[in-house]
Design a protein around this ligand. Sequence first.
Ligand code: FAD
Length: 387
Amino acid sequence: MARYVIVGAGLAGAKAAQTLREEGFDGEVVLIGAEDERPYERPPLSKGYLQGRSEREAIFVHESGWYADHAVELHTGVAATRLDLAERVVALADGTVQPYDRLLLATGATPRRLPGAGLYLRTVADSEAIRERLTTAERVVVIGASWIGLETAAAARQAGRAVTVVEPEPTALHRALGRELGDVFARLHRSKGVDLRFGVSAAEIGENAVLLDTGERLEADLVVVGVGVVPETGLAREAGLDVGRGVLTDAALRTSHPDVHAAGDVAEPFHPLYGRPLRVEHWANALHGGPAAARSMLGMDVTYDLVPYFFTDQYELGMEFSGDVAGHDQVVYRGSVDDLEFIAYWLRGGRVVAGMNVNVWDVVDDIQELIRSGRVIDPTTLPSGRS
Ligand code: FAD
């Protein structure tokens, strides 16, 4: 009987297991996760769950009985430590060995660490620890005006805390969105009373204070660090698989070894639309990449060409982002930026490469169709999303 092993019990891994069964695979499915929890969704951890607005049970990908019901052998709390491509086995930290016929690497990413103290937000335990601290911490310092940093800042402000955000770039989300759109988020946070410090770095992070490179000392009862993530490529790299910024795959999510696939945050698949490898560390990529990898493992014809998609919720702002802003030479707005109800389009050579809808809904398919089409468009005809 064929034995398919999935390393990494996050969203990509869980969805891959589900798809194997949905596609009628009747061999063994083994899902191995380093965390103690069964697979869960991370976006609520910096939003509703952090704010105590959603139930714990609501974050899980499947009900607890689902794995046994679908004959998915779930191992939690045990990391895979070594991958032997020649022997086709994965060694686990508990000393056991898992043989496989096909393997999926879905090991995700972990927060980039800075020296010193500070809490990080990746797991449900991290979210619960920060939520607990927010009940008493009067002064919160967030290092990094990233998505995680800003969502944490929003949660802390909504809990009534004094919040300072420290960011070396000139504005919020600078690398993700560029100056103009980053400033939209900066203005929103300032309007909510967040003290944003751009162009400064944390030189020392202590339990109760952050020393800036300007010499200023920010007293803090809670410090949260959100400065990006690092893909968990160790197993792949040590096994000799091709690794770039993530585990390199073709557009069918096959790694440089025919028995091994990769999906989710850890993967860097060749993207047919962009004509280059593209690592995406967002929820939708795990949601769709896991199933695509599972189908590819089953020998089905797969071309994984999802337009990168991301969403965020901060205060009353809801936003969806599609595409990749790299190399853009023009940004066009539709709607009212001041009222936080607009669509922004990024163009390169007259073609839409990315779009962001802020408090405007049901437009993602249209934006993605524009990106996919690659056609040169008259910017004055770009839709506003309002009928
Ligand atoms: P992961 O979720 O990282 O899961 C990988 C799993 O593999 C982990 O449980 C890890 O412990 C395990 N693992 C790693 N190494 C091993 C090993 N050697 N052996 C066994 N197990 C291993 N994206 C959005 O688009 N919108 C959002 O609003 C959003 N909000 C987010 C909020 C937070 C707080 C976080 C942390 C992320 C957020 N994301 C968001 C990103 C999104 O959650 C990730 O892109 C997604 O979780 C990636 O899923 P994954 O399955 O690839 O990896």
